[in-house]
Design a protein around this ligand. Sequence first.
Ligand SMILES: O=C(CO)[C@H](O)[C@H](O)COP(=O)(O)O
Length: 318
Amino acid sequence: MQGAISFNHITAGDKSLFCPKTSLSKSGSKFSGFKKRSLSLSISAVSQNVTTPESQDALKRALAKQAVGLVKSGMVIGLGTGSTASLAIEELGKLIRQGKLKDVVAVGANYQSRVLARQFGVKTVDLNDVNNIDIAFDGVDEVDFNKNLLKGGGAAHTMQKVVDSVAKECIILADQSKVVHLLGSIFPVPVEVLPLAISPVLRRLVTLGGVPEIRSALRKDGPVITDLGNMVVDVRYVLISLSIVLSPHFPNGIPNPAQLENSINMIPGVVEMRLNRIVSGIATSVLVAIQDGDNVMVMDLEDYVKIVDGRTDASSTS
Ligand SMILES: O=C(CO)[C@H](O)[C@H](O)COP(=O)(O)O
């Protein structure tokens, strides 16, 4: 059947999870311990929209469970920030409390992950106390089909990038609402900036074609100040909507994330922005969770893209 892909059915706890037959890990051990049976997935699953916060939470929970299933005793784990990474920390804590994992320590990228780790019984160490990180888990605001990542919705991207890049393996957890054709389609690009350099940086961002806005805090007057004491500027690339002429399907978004990341990170006063895929010891894996009727499925981004491509072919031939 065109657009269909074969999956293994994985049962984990009280939820039904699914994953593709392809392994996510070079070690090939990712899905050990799960019960498998075969399943055929219709392309209709990827066209469903995640519309309720409840269904999105279910996808994030499934991603979290899948991710911590990769952890082995004795590992050093990198903890990202955001609601998805927080669920992974909670699930990791459960496995440690149940005695299924021993001697696991974690490096939290930010205050949020360190606080949650302590709350859920995950021992934390400083990044400077470890020689390497075995696996890092992190959420994402947008991910494109080439694993380019737009992060920083929680103003935490600078240290996340450091932790993720130190990790031998970095697993990005994306519910299906996060997968986009072009980065910047939904979210602005967050740039962490030294407060004393804010004006010159804003001017340079404008010359690069962006429309920058200093991020304001919600429950504090004035700007968001990051864990590192800096400001965050959110940049929209409305001018890039000129790409509508070249690419009518993607009226907005960033055609070349690596180039834009390099240009912005070269501006003096910019601490960090994060668009480009992470190049670490082992290539980043992106797990995507999708809703298929009552079931939640978790798969590699590559397999998700295959399904989307199937949908494209099917509609273009109908
Ligand atoms: O980059 C981040 C924080 O700076 C988060 O990973 C990103 O915002 C995703 O968050 P969530 O899992 O809550 O959707």
